[in-house]
Write a protein that binds this ligand. Structure first.
Ligand SMILES: Cc1cc2nc3c(=O)[nH]c(=O)nc-3n(C[C@H](O)[C@H](O)[C@H](O)COP(=O)(O)OP(=O)(O)OC[C@H]3O[C@@H](n4cnc5c(N)ncnc54)[C@H](O)[C@@H]3O)c2cc1C
Length: 349
């Protein structure tokens, strides 16, 4: 499906300037219809400085021409900037290079996956100088630049002609060098009024109940809050009378309470029951799963009243811990019932 040019209408920082986490709410113009729970796919462009460093490592000027399967013949600068992955390392690419060029010393696929984790093409070129000697030939091994997914943080009915997302700027230090993420650097640095390429992607597995009187329980940490903003906007617009519960986790109440005004406003209206967990505001770490356990009686009551449970955010740490907490509250049989009735829905990554 084709991409559309989406105009950036506003970018609002959601974390305090002193926080090392930079999370933004981005408002984009969008005429494509969507439902709460859907995703926005954003086609990234690689950071210019990373492209420059890769060209230098390969001894190229950028004007050399390469042929790409989907784009035909283009200058290598364009290929690296717009069409090929360079901020992530694809283990499949490492495999091909090892097999065909004898570059690399990984005993098996898992070793390639482990090496690729949080490394980019420049790390690889630094660690394996033989790959640099491939110069233009290396381009043939790179994977196509994939779109990135963002959970939509708005409801069409509340914001006609717009789509909102919450994104965390990914930039981490590895081996003393900053590794900026492709899409989130683009989303952070593109001026308001400029355009990014993207499109709506339906997520049929993450949907509000048809009946507004059914309660919902939303559990998420960090940018995992995003779809629940859309859920709340839709429920309020549609006059849904069912209870809305949100368990939201972040690190510090003062600096990382995302969408604070909106959430506390809904609490003040009596529209939302909010339980927050700010993990680093006290000596012992408190996460959303701890808040779920503290509200075990409510969880059991809401289950009995037919509530839908939603989980969004970190797949590795948060999701298993929250599922475990829900299982402690409800027991295995009721968890199985939730899944069978499609009342436990996840958007985890
Ligand atoms: C279904 C789905 C929904 C998503 N929803 C959201 C959302 O609502 N908001 C949001 O901000 N993101 C969301 N993501 C993540 C998003 O799609 C991107 O993966 C993320 O923004 C990084 O993209 P990037 O191009 O900036 O970084 P990349 O260029 O892809 O990555 C650069 C480097 O950073 C590492 N990296 C990637 N992500 C992280 C991370 N989170 N923390 C630390 N290092 C990382 C990579 O391993 C790589 O080494 C979602 C992902 C999926 C699959």
């Amino acid at each position: 499906m084709s991409l559309h040019a989406l105009k950036i209408l506003e970018r609002r920082r959601e974390t305090a300037p002193e926080s090392d986490k930079a999370v933004f709410c981005l408002r984009l113009a969008c005429t494509e219809p969507y439902e709460p729970g859907d995703w926005l796919m954003v086609q990234p462009v690689n950071p210019q400085r990373t492209v420059g460093d890769v060209l230098e490592a390969l001894g190229l000027t950028g004007a050399e021409r390469v042929t790409l399967r989907r784009h035909g013949e283009v200058p290598v600068f364009e290929a690296l900037r717009e069409h090929l992955e360079i901020t992530q390392l694809d283990p499949a690419m490492l495999n091909r290079l090892q097999r065909k060029e004898g570059i690399g010393d990984w005993p098996d696929r898992q070793a390639m996956v482990d090496y690729a984790w949080h490394r980019d093409l420049l790390d690889f070129l630094c660690d394996y100088p033989d790959a640099r000697a491939l110069s233009l030939k290396l381009i043939d091994y790179l994977s196509p630049l994939a779109p990135r997914y963002y959970s939509i943080a708005s409801a069409c009915c509340a914001h006609p002609g717009e789509v909102h997302i919450l994104f965390k700027h990914v930039v981490h230090m590895v081996c003393g060098r900053e590794h900026p993420g492709a899409a989130t650097t683009l989303l952070r640095e593109s001026p308001v009024g400029s355009f990014v390429q993207g499109r709506i992607q339906a997520n049929k597995g993450f949907k509000l109940p048809q009946q507004g009187e059914v309660p919902i329980v939303m559990i998420g940490a960090g940018v995992g809050l995003a779809p629940f903003i859309g859920f709340m906007q839709a429920r309020l617009r549609e006059g849904a009378v069912g209870e809305n519960w949100l368990f939201f986790g972040e690190t510090h109440e003062k600096s990382t309470f995302l969408c604070r005004e909106q959430l506390t406003g809904w609490v003040a209206q009596g529209a939302l029951q909010l339980a927050t967990a700010f993990s680093r505001d006290q000596a012992e770490k408190i996460y959303v799963q701890h808040r779920v356990l503290e509200h075990a009686d409510d969880v059991r009551r809401l289950f009995a009243e037919g509530a839908y449970f939603y989980l969004c955010g970190d797949k590795r740490g948060m999701a298993p811990a929250v599922l475990d907490a829900l299982t402690q509250c409800l027991g295995e049989d009721k968890m199985a019932q939730l899944k069978a009735e499609n009342r436990l829905q996840t958007d985890i990554y």
